[in-house]
Ligand binder design. Structure first.
Ligand code: ADP
Length: 400
């Protein structure tokens, strides 16, 4: 793969280094290509999603300081595709003067759910009642039972580090099951967050992009639908009225300022009868923002690049009254690529496949449809996703 030529004037040809080479890195590389920005990815293996489109690939571990050093040597700024990083290694890069965006300080909140809950509660952001369980077994289980009694329900328990897409989260079980999960994670030396189960009407996500000086642009907040802790569909504007959407955007802005985040930041929220509650934050492009590729003037991927390169941010306006994105998942025996023709027979569907080998339950791509009517765009998006082999959940909107 060709390495973009470095010149004596780095301003002429910027290169972004990305830690991780999954689908987010792949879509960052696609956006970089349009801007004439070079890309280098640090991939765990040679066949990861972004390796097919990156300007250059380094194969190595995201937690290995030598591999990170090799990446930093080839780019102007280092950014991230995922949060499964070693913060000490990231801090070491910063200490060497490498431009790391977002910084290790902002990453900490995204990497560690205990740190995140504490920081947000301290800042007065609305979070569920919680306890951090990081002590002796009896103390932890007593704190779990105490929280259950206080909130009048079985607490949701979350591994503070290492979970994603619902892995590392136990929701809505018995107190015994929650206690078992706590014992298991504590046995692995992982701190646990136990928190009140939130009765929400809808789950939302608010995305923004922020430059180093603090300039910020925000997209319209969206409604997301999860199955088993995994995002399946995104609706813009969805069930969200304008006032709720702007309150969600305002909370995201407060989070971004608190963390001094640079790049795209996504805040996942619960919409409850008592107002919005913050679930979690990601300091990178986010699954809830894939719709922005076609549905907004500037995509989350382009604005992430602009932000980490400290370039002017692009407008975030919605370009259609209704947008729906549906994730494409592998099913038993399904080969998504073979079904591409069937998906493309849905003429309004914009299909994105990430070049991953299909496996049951594996996220392989997404489909976005824009239009005038929420039901119609959802139905068309689901039709294309189903043609690609995605199992359609009973809850799928517009697919019934
Ligand atoms: P992950 O980091 O793996 O995405 P999350 O913390 O976002 O995990 O939790 C995954 C899903 O579990 C959420 O999207 C939501 O549906 C559910 N969930 C998480 N926390 C709570 C809570 N306190 N109350 C109710 N449901 C929750």
């Amino acid at each position: 793969m060709a390495v973009p030529e470095r010149t004596d004037h780095p301003e002429d040809h910027r290169i972004v280094g990305i830690v991780g080479a999954g689908q987010l890195a792949r879509m960052l590389c696609e956006a970089a290509s349009a801007l004439g920005v070079g890309t280098v990815v640090l991939a765990a293996g040679p066949d990861e999603a972004a390796t097919q489109v990156a300007g250059d690939v380094i194969v190595g571990s995201a937690t290995d300081l030598a591999a990170l050093g090799a990446l930093a040597a080839r780019c102007d700024v280092v950014t991230f595709d995922h949060e499964l990083v070693d913060l000490d290694a990231v801090r070491a890069m910063e200490a060497r003067g490498v431009a790391v965006r977002p910084s290790s300080g902002a990453l900490l909140a995204a990497v560690d759910k205990a740190e995140q809950r504490r920081a947000f509660a301290l800042a007065g952001l609305p979070v569920p009642a919680f306890e951090v369980l990081d002590g002796a077994a009896e103390h932890d289980l007593a704190a779990l039972r105490g929280l259950a009694a206080r909130v009048g329900g079985v607490p949701v328990v979350k591994a503070a580090r290492g979970g994603y897409d619902g892995r590392g989260v136990v929701v809505g079980t018995t107190l015994d099951e929650a206690a078992d999960a706590v014992t298991r994670w504590r046995g692995q030396g992982v701190a646990v967050v136990a928190e009140a189960p939130v009765a929400f009407g809808a789950e939302l996500a608010a995305l923004l992009a922020r430059r180093p000086g603090g300039d910020t642009v925000a997209w319209r907040a969206v409604e997301t639908a999860q199955v088993g802790g995994v995002c399946r569909e995104v609706h813009v504007p969805g069930a969200l009225d304008d006032e709720t959407a702007s309150r969600a955007a305002e909370l995201a802005r407060r989070v971004a300022e608190l963390l001094d985040a640079v790049g795209v930041l996504a805040v996942e929220l619960f919409d409850t009868a008592d107002g919005l509650v913050v679930n979690e934050v990601a300091v990178r492009p986010h699954n809830s923002g894939h719709w922005t590729i076609e549905g907004a003037t500037t995509s989350q991927f382009e604005n992430h690049l602009r932000a980490v390169l400290d370039l002017p941010l692009g407008a975030t306006d919605l370009v259609a009254p209704a947008v729906c994105s549906v994730n494409v998942f592998g099913a038993e025996g399904a080969v998504a690529a073979d079904d591409l023709a069937a998906a493309l027979a849905e003429p309004t569907a914009k299909v994105h496949l990430y070049g991953k080998a299909p496996r049951p339950g594996r996220k392989l791509g997404h489909v976005t449809v824009l239009g005038d009517d929420a039901e119609v765009v959802a139905a068309h998006a689901w039709r294309a996703a189903a043609a690609l082999g995605t199992p359609v959940p009973a809850t799928a909107r517009g697919a019934r």
